[in-house]
Design a protein around this ligand. Structure first.
Ligand code: PMP
Length: 326
């Protein structure tokens, strides 16, 4: 018999899939690391399990404990699955700009969900960062995960995602392109790949309203760069410890409209039903066209599944309301 002992053992070893139509004008091959094949339908299952196992090993997370995290949904899903299998209670603190589907999904896997306002400063007591921290001081035997600064986040990608991409491309990968939020994916994968071949270029995809690109280029944390945006999962108004700016060769920013339109195009032109940050990632990759040449093998990572966006980027009324389609 061939089987996994529990659902957590099915995390990782996701396929690499060639893009054929959207990338037809590029000189190079583009391969997508297709993370929706994880059991929680996102790349975040990897780091969620790593963070929990490292917390168990260090003794911060004890049997019967409560796991608390501020999460846009995918990390919460990964943590919730692991909490169910391992017998912990899970509390997710989420911002109100996230899709309703994400909240419903977290509840479906047994998580308690607190919804907080988006348009407040990170240090405001109502923000989801502050609320998660406060709950962790109030609830006994609880552990605040803090994916932004938790080194197990990037470590998961250094230990699994990076080696998988290296092996699947037979060491031929020349560029890695990925959306940046907490920075765990770009930093962990980027570090591993550059250790194998220092010539590999790593590009981060950022969004308008986020501080990353300007900070990378100038070293200035410019508050004028911060304003509300629609794109989900990428960009930040803080500098998470998990973003290793030295590993990243450059950032390109994608507009909310382009990210939403390309999320639809991935589904309609490649049969890839994916989340909003995948739309941003592929559009960002196309913006980098001049950096690629004939023999390059460009790997782009797609973080999560389209089902979480049926009320938004896959809803034409919503798209029209936003002015993204006619
Ligand atoms: N896309 C989606 C849908 C995400 O949930 C996240 C995590 N915030 C990212 C991209 C960015 O990944 P990372 O946090 O590893 O930088």
């Amino acid at each position: 018999m061939e089987y996994a002992n529990n659902i957590l053992e099915t995390i990782g070893n996701t396929p690499l899939v060639k893009l054929n139509k959207l990338t037809a004008d590029l000189p190079c091959m583009v391969l997508a690391k297709y993370e929706t094949f994880n059991p929680g339908n996102s790349v975040k299952d990897r780091m969620a399990l790593q963070m929990i196992e490292d917390a168990e090993a260090s003794g911060i997370l004890k049997p019967g404990g409560t796991i608390i995290e501020g999460t846009s949904g995918n990390t919460g899903m990964g943590l919730a699955l692991a909490a169910v299998v391992k017998g912990y209670k899970m509390i997710c603190v989420i911002s109100d700009k996230q899709s309703k589907e994400k909240v419903d999904i977290l509840k479906a896997v047994g998580s308690e969900v607190h919804v907080c306002p988006t348009d407040v400063a990170p240090d405001d007591p109502r923000s989801y960062y502050s609320t998660a921290r406060r709950l962790s001081t109030e609830i006994p035997n609880s552990w605040y995960v803090n994916q932004y600064d938790n080194p197990s986040n990037a470590k998961a990608h250094y230990l699994s995602t990076g080696p998988e991409i290296w092996k699947q491309t037979g060491g031929k990968v020349t560029h890695f392109v990925v959306g940046v939020g907490t920075g765990g994916t770009v930093s962990g994968v980027g570090k591993y790949l550059k250790e194998q071949n220092p010539n590999i270029k790593v590009w981060g995809i950022d969004t308008y309203g986020s501080v990353f690109k300007k900070y990378h280029e100038t070293g200035i944390f410019d508050e004028k760069e911060i304003y509300p945006y629609v794109t989900e999962g990428i960009g930040e108004d803080i500098l998470p410890k998990n973003v290793d700016f030295d590993i990243i060769d450059g950032f390109t920013k994608v507009t909310d409209k382009d990210a939403a339109v390309y999320t639809q195009r991935l589904a309609k032109e490649e049969g890839m039903f994916l989340g909003n940050s995948a739309g941003a990632a592929i559009k960002g990759l196309l913006q980098l066209k001049d950096h690629f040449s004939k023999d390059d093998v460009v790997v782009v990572l797609f973080h999560d599944h389209g089902s979480r966006y049926v009320g938004k980027m896959f809803n034409d009324d919503w798209m029209r309301e936003k002015g993204y389609i006619d």
